[in-house]
Write a protein that binds this ligand. Structure first.
Ligand SMILES: Cc1cc2nc3c(=O)[nH]c(=O)nc-3n(C[C@H](O)[C@H](O)[C@H](O)COP(=O)(O)O)c2cc1C
Length: 372
């Protein structure tokens, strides 16, 4: 153990002694060497491979802290207090990347302020048949129709019991076989199971890959669903050592202005904590890649503008009545600042993390500090 620790500090000193421009070589190394190798393989296979690789190297004593020393920006000025929770920085990992809460600790070493796990469902399910994940390189985008593949909420809870200090969002959904009229039961099962193990909840009714799920975004069923969960929230804290948990609603970028106004009303009526804008889109506007014809949700660059528009609309029309987590097509520090300026209190990444690499997190945090 001791020798490894010496090696670790040795590496760390070597790295930290490099001038900033050399540290920026990290980004180039990712884009010129690592990304082309990763992109050479099937996207879903490479996702699992990268998971196992990061898990493996993080087990080597000292590696976690080296990764942290490379990517983390530690500065109290990055801290944000949003819906009663203190975030160490405003950059989070969006849902879908660590669906089963298998890698949240290792991922947080890359400098994320929070990790959203899920979408989890009550019972584990395979999701849609493969192939179901497509890179649209020319568009810096991804189309996915994963369909909530996950091991079920109980497995995720077991892993989250080992959490020591990573701020976790729990993104919850319904099983494919559960009809919409019984959807609320699925959300309650996930909510109850995760209550003591997550810092905030996200109600996902906006994935395009579970048949009819998005119909739950209509005013009536959505109000009923959120009100039931919010009542449960108040009830649960009476029997738990924990306080009431912030519940957020994750919405699609394809909602009309009228539907967005409904969302504002629903947040007010149900008193939930806020909104995550946005999930993937079903729009295919302005794409060049051949794979654009694939069914599923589109994420990445083509979504940047629309998701920022949704954030701005919600923020302005509600008079900043509730916090918004901004997500969708953040591929640069400037994209993140734009979302924060449009009214987001925090941001999340998925596709940009894949295309730009982990230095994007650091670049955003540094840019946030520059703006002060
Ligand atoms: C492969 C993939 C799987 C995803 N799975 C989920 C999911 O399970 N639940 C969810 O709420 N969002 C999911 N998302 C949506 C992302 O969390 C995010 O809202 C969306 O991709 C837009 O952000 P981005 O452009 O930074 O990727 C997924 C996205 C991708 C690309």
């Amino acid at each position: 153990m001791e020798t490894v620790d010496i090696n670790h500090s040795h590496f760390q000193v070597l790295y930290l002694n490099l001038p900033p421009e050399k540290q920026q070589h990290n980004t180039l190394m990712y884009k010129l060497i690592i990304r082309p190798i990763l992109f050479w393989f099937d996207p879903e296979e490479v996702h699992y491979f990268t998971f196992s690789f990061v898990k493996f190297i993080s087990k080597i004593p000292g590696v976690s802290s080296i990764i942290r020393s490379i990517y983390e920006v530690k500065d109290t000025r990055l801290e944000r207090e949003v819906f009663g929770i203190k975030f160490k920085n405003p950059v989070g990992l969006a849902a879908g990347f660590d669906k089963d809460a298998k890698l949240y600790k290792e991922l947080s070493d890359f400098g994320f302020g929070f990790i959203e796990i899920g979408t989890v469902t009550p019972v584990g399910q395979d999701g849609n048949p493969k192939k179901r994940l497509f890179r649209l390189k020319a568009d810096q985008a991804i189309i996915n129709r994963m369909g909530f593949n996950n091991g079920g909420v109980i497995e995720a809870v077991e892993r989250l019991k080992k959490n020591t200090g990573v701020l976790i969002g729990g993104n919850i959904g319904k099983n494919k076989v559960t009809p919409n009229e019984n959807a609320v039961d699925d959300y309650i099962i996930c909510f109850d199971a995760l209550f003591d193990h997550v810092d905030y909840f996200v109600v996902n009714v906006s994935s395009p890959n579970t048949p009819n799920l998005r119909a739950l975004q209509d005013k009536e069923p959505l109000t009923a669903l959120l009100q039931t969960l919010q009542d449960r929230n108040v009830e649960k804290q009476k029997t738990s050592t924990q306080k009431i948990k912030p519940i957020l609603l994750k919405i699609a970028p394809d909602l009309t202005d009228e539907q967005l106004l409904d969302i504002i009303d629903i947040v007010k009526t149900t008193q939930i904590a806020g909104v995550i804008a946005t999930n993937t889109t079903i729009s295919r506007e302005g794409l060049q890649s051949e794979s654009q014809t694939e069914m599923g949700g589109l994420s990445g660059k083509p979504l940047t503008k629309r998701s920022t528009e949704v954030i701005r609309f919600l923020s302005e029309k509600s008079n900043k009545a509730f916090p918004i987590i901004g997500v969708g097509g953040i591929h640069s520090a400037e994209d993140a600042i734009e979302k924060l300026n449009a009214g987001a209190s925090l941001v999340q990444l998925y596709t940009g993390f894949i295309y730009e690499g982990p230095t994007l997190i650091k670049a955003i945090n540094k840019k946030v500090l520059e703006q002060l």
